[in-house]
Design a protein around this ligand. Structure first.
Ligand code: G4P
Length: 503
């Protein structure tokens, strides 16, 4: 058994971001195969299913007696223990996806090499890039006809505004894929069954010469700060280039680092005091079980089952005995976890998103998680006016939990809820009905561009049908612009007014 310091040094906690269908699930599965967690491809993804359905995970769990959930996957490879935090990118896209990115130490961006950077990738990238953590790029599906690799790398730089450094280079793609050229070791890794094609080979070698002359320098510091992304090519489906990717990734991806508190104290991971923060709260969708799970990212110290901690916001003391370790190979036997790991604490309503917990006496408070700019809005009303009390209680609690964001009309105090994904509205409605017994009705406001305005610059006459004036839960004024054009028009008309987006 590794000691605490060794465990810490060998942790790698990351998320994979991608546009739907780029191959995130397939790559995840290949990584799990490398880790020996699953033995056959196709185990993870039910045939035809488009995502990591939790039922699939449950089935795997039962079959193999291991603990994997759709939220956190853990496996060992090459002496490292790897935690992959799932970031749903499909119909279940939500603020949870964004918040999960606040709990990782690096990110892998999977891009379809035939398509390049797609909208969802760009959006997720923008959230990640503000954190200044390493971002690795994997251009997938080179076993199919792909776009020119020079184009793809250029697109990363121009569309995302980050420098790119190819670690390897594809020679051809699809039917004429010759292999990938390892730019570190200067050797070709041939693609099995490749039809040799001299002109493709020559063209590839020319590109490599060009890269060597004109490409970016490899700058380790820039990688660490997320200003330069190491770029890999491969095919998750046929497991080509995945091993090389994983090897290099593990070389450069960081172990858990220090986190700054609101008092500017740097909490080092090897600090003996246990600390962590809640980045996600998941309610049990089964109405017979009202409990929720608070996902805690461990920042420092060692977690021991049954330990006592303080919830910073309320000062409440609690014992962490009812805790799930998603990542344990054998759930019952593992009693400890270290920084970089995620523990799931069963919660009866104590926790909020962004809460800090700590052991011992020293008070620790990590900064709030950022607010994200919502993109969809609905007015919400209770169908039954007699249920106002439960209605307000439900809204308040679900807002605290981070299920949705609450706004109000500027004048009338009508509730308007905002979300980054439509799924959040469904979850909100379901939980209002099942947990608070209140039927609600939405009145569509739709997709808007939200911008905060400084209260001292606000003139109510600025509002119009194309920019609805509302206030956020802290009573700050926000304009909901019909679209980007309306926003630009407003900017032209009021050039001195500052408009701000959240993260
Ligand atoms: P996602 O999680 O990012 O949404 O993508 P996912 O892994 O589900 O992959 C989307 C589709 O792309 C799947 O095909 C998958 O088999 C395919 N794919 C993933 N990686 C590669 C690759 O390296 N090469 C090729 N050629 N295809 C790849 P599908 O037909 O939509 O699903 P299925 O019917 O195979 O399950």
């Amino acid at each position: 058994m590794e000691n605490f310091q060794e465990q810490l040094k060998n942790r790698r906690t990351f998320a994979i971001i991608s546009h739907p269908d780029a191959g995130k699930t397939t790559l995840t599965e290949q990584l799990l195969l490398h880790g020996g967690v699953i033995r056959e491809a196709g185990t993870v993804k039910g045939r035809g299913s488009k995502k990591l359905a939790s039922s699939d995970w449950m089935a795997i769990e039962q079959q193999r007696g291991i603990s994997v959930t759709s939220s956190v996957l853990q496996f060992d490879y090459d002496g490292k223990r790897i935690n992959i935090l799932d970031t749903p990118g499909h119909e279940d896209f939500s603020e949870d996806t964004y918040r999960t990115l606040m709990a990782v130490d690096s990110v892998v961006m999977v891009v379809d090499a035939a398509k390049g950077i797609e909208p969802q990738t760009k959006k997720l990238f923008e959230i990640v890039s503000q954190r200044g953590i390493p971002i690795f790029t994997f251009f997938n599906k080179i076993d199919r006809d792909a776009r020119s690799p020079l184009d793809l790398v250029d697109e990363v730089e121009t569309v995302l505004g980050i420098q790119a450094y190819p670690m390897n280079w594809p020679i051809g793609s699809g039917q004429i894929l010759q292999g990938i050229y390892d730019l570190q070791d200067n050797e070709l890794i041939p693609f099995k069954n490749a039809k040799a094609d001299e002109s493709v080979m020559a063209e590839g070698m020319d590109e490599i010469e060009l890269l060597k002359d004109a490409g970016n320098e490899f700058d380790r510091k820039a990688v660490d700060q997320g200003r330069l992304t190491p770029v890999f090519f491969g095919s998750a489906l046929v497991n080509f280039g995945v091993t090389e990717f994983l090897r290099e990734y593990l070389k450069y991806a960081p172990a858990p680092g220090p986190v700054l508190t609101v008092d500017d104290l740097e909490i080092e991971p090897d600090d003996p005091q246990f600390t962590g923060f809640v980045f996600k709260i998941q309610a049990n969708m089964d109405p017979r079980h009202r409990d929720r799970i608070a996902f805690v990212r461990i920042v420092s110290g060692e977690f021991d089952r049954g330990m006592d901690v303080t919830l910073q916001r309320t000062g409440k003391k609690m014992r962490l005995s009812n805790v799930t370790q998603f990542m344990a190979e054998e759930r019952e036997n593992v009693q400890t976890a270290v920084p970089g790991d995620i523990i799931g604490v069963y919660d009866t309503g104590n926790f909020q998103i962004g809460d800090t917990i700590y052991s011992g006496k020293r008070k620790v408070q990590f900064p709030d998680l950022p607010t994200f700019t919502p993109e969809y809005f609905n007015r919400v009303i209770a169908k039954d006016v007699m249920k106002q009390k439960s209605y307000h209680k439900g809204v308040e609690q679900l807002v605290q939990e981070g299920t949705i964001q609450l706004y109000k009309s500027w004048q009338g105090n009508e509730y308007i809820i905002g979300a980054v994904g439509q799924l959040q509205f469904d979850v909100f409605k379901f939980r209002m009905e099942n947990e608070y017994n209140v039927e609600i009705q939405f009145e569509l406001i739709g997709s808007k561009v939200a911008r905060w305005i400084r209260p001292d610059q606000l003139d109510e006459k600025m509002a119009s049908s194309r920019n609805l004036l509302v206030k956020d839960r802290y009573d700050q004024p926000v304009f909901l612009f019909e679209n980007q054009f309306a926003l630009n028009w407003f900017r032209d008309k009021y050039p001195d007014v500052d408009l701000e987006a959240k993260m």
